[in-house]
Design a binder for this molecule. Sequence first.
Ligand code: SAH
Ligand code: SF4
Ligand code: F3S
Length: 426
Amino acid sequence: MKYYIETYGCQMNVADTELIICILNDAGYKYVQDIDAADILLFNTCSVREHAEQRVLGRISNERHRKKSKPELKIVLLGCMAQRIGERLIREDLGIDYAVGVDQYKALPRLLEQNQGCLLDFDTNENYQHLLPVHQGEHCAFVTIMRGCNNYCSYCIVPYVRGRERSRPYEDILQDLQSAVKRNMKDVTLLGQNVNSYHWKDLSFPALLKRLQEDVPELYRLRFVTSHPKDLSDDLVQVMGDGGKLCEHIHLPMQSGSNASLIRMNRSYTYEQYLNRVKALRAASKDIAITTDLIAGFPGETQEHFEATLSAMREIEFDYAFCFKYSEREGTAAAKYQDQLPEELRLSRLQTMIELQREITLNKFRAQIGKEVEVYVESFSKKSMRQVSGKTRDFKIAVLDGDRSQIGTLVRAKVIAATAGTLICE
Ligand code: SAH
Ligand code: SF4
Ligand code: F3S
């Protein structure tokens, strides 16, 4: 039997897809990239915002016609949306045959032997021990170090669909990294909803970062996402300052610059505490790039609260910010708040945010002109076969003149121009 899989949502889902490929391949199924050739279509889904769910449902409704000419074709819903509403969706006759939640992937081959069904139980102990995900990247790999989240930020569905926090054993992480590096993926990003709370036996997150750098000498670069600002310890700041393989970039979601909103988001830090962490990071690592996530139009956000976020953006000058329009998620605390904002206001604030960040990003990228950077060359550039493209240590896309021989290598280059997204180097 051949299967085809599409992935939505965050990098955790990308990594889960690689795990699912391992599980299905071990059970004798064959992974194909051509949807026409497949007997099983899998969709690994995201529930973080309404839009993410609508997109997948649209995709499934576009593909279910295939069942007319191929009646034995099966459609499987995996991941966060399956966990949240999979059971209901199967009943609704959308063409979905199976729904499998995030802790049940090992049972997927067994389920496929039945005609239809759901597997949605949480299993707090499940961290897919001894399984080696089949990484699909060429030069970069994502390696899961923990699953679940205990934080319950009031807007967020993740704790409800991913279950309780648990850490992956060191030996599994090490083996995963070694196998990625052996296959030439030398830029590795460690994944977790809140990597700072990684804990396996006596190993803390900062200690994990040190140990992996020592134990995998062939690795070029090490990164991680995501860090919750409330748990960003001085130890981590220090390890970041040590440099080495650990790159000068941190993704540190701020969500809002207003303390009133932060309290109602249940983020457990004030803007001042956030700023203090930013300053500590910049003191330890002078050129560290800081990126963030921001939410526009959270319930009860006044014009004044919103302006506090804009002024925080100006004060901190993030290298990049992922800006999101607040989306009510059924069952979360914020969805019950009585002061939801009208859609138009959420949208107009989102646009204001995006425009401001574009200016800041452009300035940040232009400030790199004249500097020497290290580029890990990953591919030819989209525009020309005489140019190659890759990333700097601080997670900026760079293009430079080059040829095939440079792909997969580290190149020193000088930045000569910049747009709000690309460094042009020579
Ligand atoms: N664990 C990560 C983020 C997971 S979700 C963290 O704690 O930072 C990624 C981002 O989606 C969040 O940082 C937040 O900015 C955004 N997000 C989550 N729920 C949302 C919602 N209901 N509406 C809009 N944006 C949301
Ligand atoms: Fe969601 Fe907060 Fe957990 Fe991140 S830390 S996944 S935003 S609940
Ligand atoms: Fe990720 Fe979306 Fe799930 S952001 S954890 S795939 S809800």
